[in-house]
Design a protein around this ligand. Structure first.
Ligand code: NCD
Length: 329
């Protein structure tokens, strides 16, 4: 199945993915189970097509694919091309043509998948329309980054043993940050979650997400001042200024100063709250915060390999239980 956006997943399916990721994590820590793990997707091929910069997502997908025994190919043009260029084309070719070309090399159905990062919103959906093999969205412009939000919600679930009944602050550049969007969409699957958005007015969460939350009965509020909302939070999810995606219209200097979390602000947070960030961090979380036990962003990254293994298995139909839940999603 294609993995394109957070809305696709039912709560049951998510729980199955979290369970699977936990099993993979235990297996990763035990060298005697590595051989068994590598048989899961042995002989399948992952094509990693990264049209724009990626460090964490690309490398952690690579680890996940190798751990499952997949062969790996692809192309990475990280940083060479501006993600502002509206219709980035590889040597003049449309995304649709590239996908149809690459997938023609697969002679057996379900013998591989494509992990795609692209600068255009909706690129993964476009690729999926012409692809006979699963497309996994690894970030499409200002659209979504669903696999990151699995990691984020997985981290929340790990800390609290649940996602229901929590107050979650999502802050920073909400207009251009795709991880914040995918996270909000994914949180709509849980019960009695309260979301507090914090951003400057020009970087507010866009209306598609807000209408979705209203439709799913998720209570949310919007604020501009960070200090006002931190004391209420069980989870603070912070994001960087997406300078490269905003088209130069936003004056980020002042915003970065006002939306920076420092040690003094952490004092206003609950003792057992956690601070998450998808990374990369710029200056929106002061390094002095790193030693605070509530700073969970590096624990969060450690979760990305087992989580992406579970996602790859789902995409490749290698987890029948997840597959049966996916049908119902
Ligand atoms: C994010 C992304 O690419 O959207 N990074 C990531 O995958 N962890 C967040 C960002 O770039 O700010």
């Amino acid at each position: 199945m294609h993995i394109l956006r957070s809305q696709q997943f039912s709560r049951e399916l998510l729980e199955e993915i979290f369970r699977r990721a936990d099993i993979f994590e235990q297996m990763l820590r035990d060298p005697s189970s590595h051989e068994r793990m590598r048989r899961r997707l042995a002989g399948k091929t992952a094509i990693n097509l990264f049209y724009t910069e990626s460090l964490r997502t690309r490398i952690s997908f690579g680890f996940a694919e190798r751990n499952l025994g997949m062969r790996i190919d692809g192309s990475e043009n990280a940083g060479q091309f501006s993600s502002l260029y509206p219709e980035y084309r590889y040597r003049g070719e449309s995304l649709e043509d590239t996908i149809q070309t690459v997938t023609s090399y697969f002679f057996i159905p379900n013998s591989g998948c494509i992990v795609l990062r692209h600068p255009d919103d909706g690129a993964a959906e476009r690729a999926a329309r012409v692809s006979p093999i699963p497309i996994i969205n690894a970030g499409d412009g200002r659209g979504q980054h669903p696999t990151q939000s699995f990691i984020d919600v997985g981290a929340i679930n790990r800390k609290f043993g649940r996602v229901d009944d929590l107050t979650i602050v999502i802050g920073g550049d909400l207009a251009f940050g795709r991880t914040a969007r995918s996270l909000a969409y994914l949180l709509s699957k849980f019960k009695n979650v309260r979301i507090i958005f914090v951003s400057p007015p020009e970087l507010k969460m866009r209306s598609d997400v807000l209408s979705h939350l209203s439709e799913y009965g998720i209570v949310f509020t919007e604020h501009e001042t960070v200090e006002d909302v931190l004391p209420d939070a069980d989870v603070v999810y912070w994001t960087r200024a997406q300078r490269e995606k905003s088209g130069g219209d936003i004056h980020y200097e002042d915003i970065s100063r006002r939306y920076c979390i420092n040690a003094a602000m952490m004092r206003g947070m609950k003792e057992d709250a956690i601070l998450l960030h998808p990374l990369p961090r710029n200056d929106e979380i002061h390094p002095e915060v790193d030693s605070d036990p509530r700073a969970w962003y590096f624990k969060q990254t450690a979760y990305s390999v087992p989580m992406r293994m579970a996602i790859l298995e789902l995409a490749m139909d290698a987890n029948p239980r997840a597959q049966s839940l996916a049908e119902a999603a």
